[in-house]
Ligand binder design. Sequence first.
Ligand SMILES: NC(=O)c1ccc[n+]([C@@H]2O[C@H](COP(=O)([O-])OP(=O)(O)OC[C@H]3O[C@@H](n4cnc5c(N)ncnc54)[C@H](OP(=O)(O)O)[C@@H]3O)[C@@H](O)[C@H]2O)c1
Length: 331
Amino acid sequence: MNKLYSVAVAGATGLVGRTMIKVLEEFDFPVKELIPLASSRSAGTEVMFKNKPVKVKSLAEESFAGIDFALFSAGAGVSKEFGPKAALQGTVVIDNSSAFRMDADVPLVVPEVNPEDAFKHHGIIANPNCSTIQMVVVLKPLHDAYKIKRVVVSTYQSVTGAGKKGINQLEDEIAKQPLREKKFPHPIAYNVLPHIDVFLPDGYTKEERKMTDETKKIMGEDIPVTATTVRVPVVGGHSEAVNIEFEKPCQVEEIRSILKNAPGVTLQDDPGTNLYPLPIHAFGKNDVFVGRIRKDFTIPSGVNLWIVSDNIRKGAATNAVQIAQLLISRK
Ligand SMILES: NC(=O)c1ccc[n+]([C@@H]2O[C@H](COP(=O)([O-])OP(=O)(O)OC[C@H]3O[C@@H](n4cnc5c(N)ncnc54)[C@H](OP(=O)(O)O)[C@@H]3O)[C@@H](O)[C@H]2O)c1
């Protein structure tokens, strides 16, 4: 009989945690026992797994005894405190927060891009930032074909990237009712905020820095990325306008064919029928969608394209479950 695994989800009541549980079920991950963990506020509430209610427990050091995999999505503070403790007990931690992403001994993994790195872990594997994941899934096959020289990206990021509180602020503002909580520094309904995460001394935001630094670590090469990250009043996923400059000559038709065959990518590129990726269509799906593929006529070899993906799925939950699937595929 195939081996079954005990899986804990830390942050099980959150947007990402709930979706992790859904994806474990949809992918038919061989779960022996699911342990949903959250703060003491949610202890005793229930989440559904395979049509059965499972009680949420309060996250504690003892939660990880006998657990094979722990998928963390309860914020960087929780990951820093409990991730290493879980790993010391023999649990493989797949962490969605920014806590360990740039640590030299923690692999940062997107299975379509750098699967081998997952096997070099010492108990903790980091899931990259959501906007970086969807971009590198597209960059990787193009880098293999034409060698990327430089990337310029502008994002249009969903409020779901800010968790439950982000959705609540947008919904309350649209309904013109008092805010349950204020997640963004300005109104987000009918607005656009060029500000995600905190500002750094050089004027960039931490989200922008993540796209620059994490891309290099995942791709294993010094690919220069300059980013402007923007929050928009959208729920279904993150969108990105990406300009890529190549070292080798490229052809748009060939790029379409490469991306059509790339793992985890769905090509939606038919301007004649108004077909291009939209967050409203990406919502709830696991793939990265790409379209609006056009030659950049201002440089010798380059392309503009539009990438959309559900940040809670491929940008977080799906990628984490795929990492776990990858690890058990060689056991
Ligand atoms: N949203 C995204 O697009 C995205 C993408 C990639 C990574 N992430 C990362 O994933 C994490 C969660 O994001 P989210 O969007 O799911 O947030 P969320 O909807 O606000 O959920 C947060 C979860 O963390 C739990 N939690 C909070 N404080 C805790 C504590 N002290 N001890 C135990 N559990 C605690 C919450 O439990 P209670 O319900 O009990 O409060 C809830 O289950 C963050 O680190 C975020 O950076 C998010």
